[in-house]
Write a protein that binds this ligand. Structure first.
Ligand SMILES: Cc1cc2nc3c(=O)[nH]c(=O)nc-3n(C[C@H](O)[C@H](O)[C@H](O)COP(=O)(O)OP(=O)(O)OC[C@H]3O[C@@H](n4cnc5c(N)ncnc54)[C@H](O)[C@@H]3O)c2cc1C
Length: 285
């Protein structure tokens, strides 16, 4: 069986930084996508580092990616075992098992979908998570049908509200808190565009089948729409290491540790994980 000093799962900002910091070790980085960069690759808005887009920021980050790191893209880690083996499934080689000494988990986070929320009604066409729509618009050039309702006014909800309003669509944000969420810089779109914001309310029912035609809130407001985006939160992606959090060979960084609004914090955690994994290796040698 192939053996590596360090296995890094995830090639976003955290995994890339960990790989750069893991100097002198035999490292394998695995990502299920076909390119390094993670969520940065779908962010066309400015605000990363010195006001770069996520795509530009990722390009800079990848420039000096160490050649000695083995990189396996289009490959998903299916499971991790306590005996320090990992089962990989890749386009080119099918199933493959590897051994590792240290594991760096940099798997990012996932969005909460409509199915996980107490929303009545059918499951019609036109309902997406906000991140899915961001990828569809920025990577595949798709523009959804308006009007659009967005559930959740955190950073992702606001970023999508701005982008959709810029595309000329009517947008309504529904926020269960009594005030808008997200960073001040992302809230500016509410002044720049005619985006409707309903606070202290939430969506409890969707209408229409097979295509969504509207939704109703807890306070009884019915909002006609052709698209509903769920921006109701992000959950760290850690199922792979369930029950293993206490092992000293495991290092967790980036959004799978805690959801970070700024990329700099993710990069720092990635670096720390890379260094900690190397220190552990030296200790064990
Ligand atoms: C919509 C949005 C807007 C943002 N805007 C800003 C901003 O303006 N400014 C700023 O500084 N920061 C911003 N951030 C924050 C920052 O960009 C992110 O926190 C950071 O890029 C996350 O990096 P990560 O490596 O932790 O996760 P990700 O980038 O999500 O990387 C995780 C990687 O792991 C891979 N993966 C997961 N599971 C597996 C598996 N089982 N097998 C193989 N591969 C796997 C995924 O394919 C992915 O490539 C934004 C974040 C989001 C989501």
């Amino acid at each position: 069986m192939e053996q590596y000093d360090i296995l890094i799962i995830g090639g976003g900002a955290a995994g890339i930084s960990a790989a750069k910091a893991a100097k002198g070790a035999q490292v394998l980085l695995v990502d299920r996508k076909n390119a390094l960069g993670g969520v940065l690759l779908q962010c066309t808005h400015q605000g990363f580092g010195k006001n770069k887009s996520g795509i530009e920021y990722a390009a800079d980050l990848i420039k000096d990616f160490p050649q000695e790191v083995s990189l396996t893209l289009n490959t998903t880690v299916l499971s991790i075992s306590k005996d320090r083996t990992a089962l990989l499934s890749g386009k080119e080689f099918g199933l493959r098992e590897i051994r590792f000494s240290q594991l760096i988990l940099a798997t990012g986070c996932r969005e909460i979908p409509m199915g996980a929320l107490p929303i009545a009604g059918t499951r019609p066409k036109g309902v997406y998570t906000a991140g899915q729509m961001q990828a569809m618009m920025n990577l595949h050039g798709h523009t959804p049908e308006g009007p659009v309702v967005i559930l959740g006014s955190g950073d992702l909800g606001l970023i999508m509200a701005k982008q959709l309003a810029q595309a000329g669509l009517a947008v309504t944000l529904v926020e269960k808190k009594d005030h808008c969420g997200g960073m001040i810089k992302n809230q500016r779109c509410l002044k720049e565009f005619p985006i409707r914001l309903i606070c202290g309310d939430t969506i409890t029912e969707v209408h229409g089948y097979p295509q969504i035609s509207g939704c109703t809130t807890a306070k009884g407001i019915t909002i006609p729409c052709s698209t509903l985006l769920i921006a109701a939160g992000l959950v760290p992606e850690r199922e792979l290491i369930f029950g293993m959090e206490k092992y000293d060979w495991l290092h967790i960084c980036g959004n799978c540790n805690t959801v970070h609004p700024m990329v700099e914090a993710v990069i720092n955690e990635g670096k720390l994980s890379g260094v900690a994994a190397c220190n552990n290796l030296r200790g064990s040698l």
